[in-house]
Design a protein around this ligand. Structure first.
Ligand code: TRP
Length: 333
């Protein structure tokens, strides 16, 4: 029995943060031995909203690869590959664009949110609007059936499956499999300032490479319940970023449940819960930071991992592209 295939990836726009860890890296670690896993360094997708800064996109390829290795992605089992060097992904994207309408792309909730967040107005880069078709190409080129992603990406997997069904219907055979998103229970981590989205650009993220001082300061400044002024006052859990983070990272959920009750009753200070969270985040990041420093001393090794992974991915994606071209009945030479 061959293992089911995972494909997921990250735009290369800067180092990853603990939101990525909670959102999908932890699932990638969990499944890397039971699945045939591919991680895509999505540099061409990064260009769709960073065309003004290709230098950042280029630089970030190594940063994201370092983060993968530092958290424990094992290149002996997971293939790390570079999107811009896999031409089949671009070719499949062009084919898929004929099986999706502009209206459907505009209705995609992820795209709608991101257009708003980026303030594109009427000036949406065409590549950006169309990236759901490209992401469908990424997923299907590997014939992935499992896609670990953050909650915000779910509509993209849905749209991928719509494209898959249209292609299969046209081809009159199941040339492509449908895929299933794996989304963490804890939901999306907000920024340390309480804003809905944690992002590098928003300055409200804790990077996986953060120094212990950065972590301490970030937790200290973290948004709690503004009405919780004295320790004995009852406090609110909802919208309290410290508890949202504890939900995502605390291994002892029973004790956390007790603490929540105590906080809501009154008598538990913000200092205490912040100290608990800081300890947990420090313990999570310290070994990652250490391994990251070691790997970044050996850039040659990191490059080799990406090169080898991209070669392996090229074979697989080219094979799928040929199958799709044939299944659609295009001219053969
Ligand atoms: N859209 C993802 C992000 O914003 C990156 C990505 C590119 C991806 N291709 C993918 C995720 C395929 C899952 C599957 O980080």
């Amino acid at each position: 029995m061959s293992k089911p295939t995972i494909l997921t990836g990250d735009r290369t726009t800067g180092p990853l943060h603990i939101g990525h860890y909670a959102g999908s890296l932890s699932n990638r670690l969990r499944y890397q031995y039971s699945h045939d896993q591919f991680l895509l360094l999505a540099d061409t997708q990064a260009l769709t909203d960073n065309a003004h800064d290709p230098e950042k996109v280029r630089r970030s390829v190594i940063e994201v690869a370092l983060d993968y290795l530092a958290v424990g992605i094992d290149p002996g089992h997971t293939t790390i590959c570079l999107q811009s060097h896999l031409p089949a992904l671009a070719e499949l994207s062009m084919l898929y664009l004929n099986f999706v309408t502009v209206a459907r792309l505009e209705r995609n909730p992820t795209i709608k949110d991101e257009i708003r967040a980026r303030g594109f107005g009427r000036d949406i880069p065409a590549g950006f609007l169309c990236y759901p078709a490209a992401q469908a190409a990424d997923i299907t080129a590997f014939k992935a059936t499992v896609v670990p992603v953050g909650e915000d990406q779910a509509p993209l997997i849905e749209q991928t499956n719509e494209i898959v069904r249209r292609i299969n219907a046209m081809a009159d055979c199941a040339v492509l499999p449908e895929a299933r998103a794996i989304i963490p229970k804890a939901g999306r981590l907000p920024g340390v300032d309480g804003k809905a989205k944690m992002s590098k650009s928003g300055g409200n993220a804790i990077a996986l490479s953060a120094s212990s001082e950065k972590i301490r300061n970030a937790v200290k400044a973290m948004f709690t319940d503004p009405g919780h002024l004295r320790v004995e006052d009852p406090g609110c859990i909802e919208g309290n970023v410290v508890f949202t983070y504890l939900d995502a990272f605390d291994q002892d959920q029973d004790e956390l449940g007790e603490l929540k009750l105590q906080y809501q009753r009154g008598g538990l200070g913000d200092g205490k819960i912040k100290a608990r969270l800081e300890g947990i985040v420090q313990d999570l990041i310290a070994p990652i930071r250490e391994r990251r420093a070691q790997f970044s001393e050996d850039r040659g090794y990191v490059l080799e991992v990406i090169k080898e992974g991209t070669e392996r991915a090229r074979e697989r994606t080219e094979a799928t592209k040929r199958e799709v071209v044939n299944a659609l009945g295009l001219f053969e030479l």
